[in-house]
Structures are given as structure tokens and as C-alpha cells.
Ligand binder design. Structure first.
Ligand code: ATP
Ligand code: MG
Length: 247
């Protein structure tokens, strides 16, 4: 089966005066339709860099990113915005709901960009709110909800365009552990229903909730495999330098 997301030797360089930071260093992986993958790594390992490329917010400096077989590096800003709207649903740590709109209107926003008519928009937004158990709160504004409910609303918004990939960036970062678990359980339900989910996190205990882990260190992939394999657990740098298990 063709990969939905394919990184081929992707590099990202940032130029700072005379020096160059290598934020992504020849990263290659493939993600197929229906997978639930966590991209995990400590601060500065390159997670946001990968997220921005996967989400078509940025393009590689070198290498190739194919999204559903299409070469994203070749696209201009308009085309990037178009493919983003068509193929991706975003979930952010800070929800990013619009404060003046009620939940139903918030969930409708991606469909407005896609030019879907009002009646159809309402119907699909309501259906999406039902998926996350918030249909009775559709009239509420975001500030009338708990953090967990706001995150569920943002998941409804991510789902409404029926995206090929759901991209979640630290989705539990602003939540307490119990509410965070509920949000993770919802992502697992979406995966079980056939959705492709890519979760970005610095937290191993969250990453292991996915089916597969891609671990980054200094812009490189140091592990790519099942989340329940013993090697999926981090081996501290110091232990490795002393000849501990190699990755
Ligand atoms: N716009 C930029 N200009 C210069 N350097 C950058 C830029 N963005 C990221 N970097 C550098 O690239 C490397 C990877 O950064 P990135 O933001 O991808 O890490 P991260 O894994 O998301 O970290 P965190 O967990 O702290 O969010 C870091 O060394 C960072 O300092
Ligand atoms: Mg980051």
C-alpha cells in the first residue's frame, strides 16, 4: 500500500548569522493509512520542525516530503494552504478555538474555508460534536467550557473536514492527567474507527499510547517501531556512550 506520509531524507536547516542549525537531519519514514504514530523526543530534538513539515506549514530544505503521493516541497503558499485544508486536521495544545463563536460555529470553520454550504456545514459540524460527546453544548462559547471539553471541541473541528491525517501537537499539554487520558482515549477511538493519527509529544507515557513510536534525537530518527517493544523505551545518552544497547 502506498504511504500516506513519506519523508525521504528530509533535512531542515536554519541559518543564524554565520552558523547553521540542523533541525532535521536526513529523516526518513513512511506512515500508512490507519496508523496511530507518536513522534517523540526531548526539547530541541526536531518535533516541531517535523510537525510543521508534515502539516504543510513549512517545506524541507533538502529531501522530499510526499503527502498522499504529492510532492509538498514543490508547492507554493496557496497550494500548501489548499492541501492542508483538504488532507489535514490539526489539534493544538492551546485548542485555538475562536472565543466569539459558539462550539458549532467553531467546528464549522474548516468547512467554510472549503466552501461547503450552510445547511451541510451545520449538519456535519453537529455530527462531529456528537463524535466527541459535546452535542448538547453546541451553543456554548469556548470560555464556558472546561479545558478538556475545549480540547474535545477542537478535535471535533479537526474531524469535520474528514481529513486523511489527524495531526495532534502536544494535545494533552495543557490538561491535568485524568482529562489528558480522556483526550488520548478519544484519539485511540478515532484510530480504532480507521483514522490516521500522528501525535507529537515530548512525554514517553503519552507516546506509548500510540501503536508506533518514531523517536527523534538531535534531528535524527533513533527509533522507529512498535510502542510496546523494549527498545521503544529511552536509553539515556550516558548509558549508550558507555556501550549500552545501541539503537
Ligand atoms: N526558526 C528557527 N530558527 C533557528 N533555529 C530553530 C528555529 N526553529 C527551531 N530551531 C532549532 O532547531 C532545533 C529543533 O527545534 P524544534 O523546535 O523542532 O524542537 P522540538 O523538538 O519541537 O522542541 P520542544 O520540545 O522544545 O518544542 C533546535 O535546536 C531549535 O533551536
Ligand atoms: Mg516543539
Amino acid at each position: 500500500m502506498r504511504a500516506l506520509i513519506e519523508f525521504q531524507q528530509v533535512c531542515k536547516y536554519y541559518h543564524m548569522g554565520d552558523s547553521t542549525v540542523t533541525a532535521a537531519d536526513h529523516i526518513s519514514f513512511q506512515i500508512s493509512k490507519g496508523e496511530f504514530v507518536a513522534i517523540v523526543g526531548s526539547s530541541g530534538s526536531g518535533k516541531s520542525t517535523c510537525m510543521n513539515i508534515i502539516g504543510c506549514l513549512d517545506v524541507p530544505s533538502e529531501g522530499t516530503y510526499l503527502l498522499d503521493g504529492r510532492d509538498v516541497g514543490e508547492m507554493n503558499k496557496n497550494k500548501l494552504a489548499e492541501i492542508r485544508n483538504e488532507l489535514l486536521g490539526f489539534i493544538f495544545q492551546q485548542y485555538n478555538l475562536l472565543p466569539k463563536l459558539n462550539l458549532l460555529e467553531n467546528v464549522e470553520v474548516p468547512l467554510m474555508y472549503a466552501g461547503v454550504g450552510k445547511a451541510e456545514r451545520r449538519r456535519r459540524a453537529m455530527e462531529s460534536l456528537e463524535r466527541v460527546g459535546l452535542e448538547d453544548k453546541w451553543k456554548h462559547r469556548p470560555n464556558q467550557l472546561s479545558g478538556g471539553q475545549q480540547q474535545r471541541a477542537s478535535i471535533a473541528r479537526a474531524l469535520v473536514g474528514r481529513p486523511a491525517v489527524i495531526l495532534a501537537d502536544e494535545p494533552t499539554g495543557a490538561l491535568d492527567s485524568r482529562t489528558g487520558r480522556e483526550v488520548l482515549a478519544l484519539l485511540q477511538d478515532l484510530h480504532a474507527a480507521g483514522n490516521t493519527v500522528v501525535l507529537i509529544t515530548h512525554d514517553n507515557s503519552i507516546a506509548v499510547q500510540a501503536q508506533r513510536i518514531i523517536r527523534l534525537e538531535d534531528g535524527r530518527v533513533v527509533y522507529d517501531g512498535p510502542s510496546d517493544a523494549p527498545e521503544a523505551v529511552v536509553i539515556p545518552r550516558a548509558a549508550r556512550a558507555k556501550g549500552g544497547a545501541a539503537l
